[in-house]
Design a protein around this ligand. Structure first.
Ligand code: MN3
Length: 299
């Protein structure tokens, strides 16, 4: 299945001492898909639109720009109490119900670049294991929520990150490829972004291949769309389990690095986290959820 909406990616710092707690809208895992939707982005002091005005013929999502003036500052934002969950024809994936997507081509379709045996083992064994272990982790977390027993929370959060990212990235990997000679050329939107953000496909490929060659250990090289900067990025993922599910758009984050609380709480992070609940800005969460929702993305 070809993606027709830009992928949103989240880069996670490799520094394990920084932990971001997320309440995340699992856009990627929802497997919902809306074509042609646009997201509204708030203006910010870092806005560089003036320097990045597209000079190309492709109709870039100009609606981003015109809609920005409609952004309501968070202090004035009023949540819509009537809002209901989306009713897309493709339902969201409930915990433990992820399935291994079939390869979009035959096992030997990528020869002579990737051999049949490699593809068969990679998809049928490696990717399948990610899906099975993601389901297992989600069900374990569901059990923990029901029982209130979070003794093994670190283990299961790591499992849901490692296996969720493995499932998502492998699904994207299969559809990132097509049989030799059938992939064509960049289409107008891709071409426009590649021109603006990299200076064309040759510069894009030079950076992408250099980055791919330099990934340490087991990892990925990713071309992604950054919804905050509204631009394409090339990123290395050295450890996809550190500690996210690629594609998740953060809605609410809590900084639990010591600098965020140490002067008042010293080493009592749990006390800080407990009190932090009283600071949560729910209208802003609603606003960011509304922004993230059109990004529903099918695997
Ligand atoms: Mn793999």
């Amino acid at each position: 299945m070809q993606a027709s909406y830009p992928l949103r990616l989240k880069q996670v710092p490799n520094d394990n001492s920084v932990v971001y707690a997320f309440i995340c809208y699992k856009a990627v895992l929802q497997s919902r898909h809306k074509k042609g939707d646009m997201i509204m982005y708030p203006s910010s002091s870092h806005d560089t639109r003036e320097q990045h005005t597209p000079q190309i013929q492709y109709d870039m999502p100009q609606s981003h720009y015109t809609l920005q003036s409609q952004y309501t500052p968070q202090s004035q934002y009023t949540p819509q109490s009537q809002y209901g969950l989306p009713t897309d024809p493709i339902p969201p994936v409930t915990p433990g119900r992820h399935v291994l997507p079939p390869l979009p081509y035959a096992y030997n379709a990528l020869e002579d670049i990737i051999d049949e045996k490699t593809l068969r083992i990679h998809h049928d064994k490696h990717h399948k294991k990610y899906v099975e272990d993601l389901n297992k982790a989600e069900l374990a977390l569901q059990t923990a929520r029901n029982s209130g027993d979070y003794t093994y929370i670190k283990h299961w959060e790591k499992e849901v990150a490692f296996n969720g990212s493995g499932h998502i990235l492998h699904s994207l990997y299969w559809t990132s490829m097509s049989p030799p000679g059938s992939g064509g050329q960049p289409h107008p939107a891709t071409q426009a972004y590649l021109e603006r953000d990299f200076g064309g496909i040759s510069h894009f490929w030079a950076q992408f291949s250099a980055a791919a060659n330099a990934v340490e250990g087991s990892g990925w090289c990713v071309l992604g769309y950054n919804p905050y900067f509204r631009s394409l990025e090339i990123l290395q993922a050295e450890k996809h389990q550190n500690l996210t599910q690629w594609g998740v758009i953060p809605l609410l984050v809590c900084d639990v690095w010591e600098h965020a609380y140490y002067l008042s709480y010293q080493n009592e992070r749990a006390k800080y986290v407990k009190n932090w609940f009283g600071l949560m800005n729910w209208p802003e969460v609603e606003h960011r959820l509304n922004q993230a929702e059109p990004a529903s993305y099918s695997l």
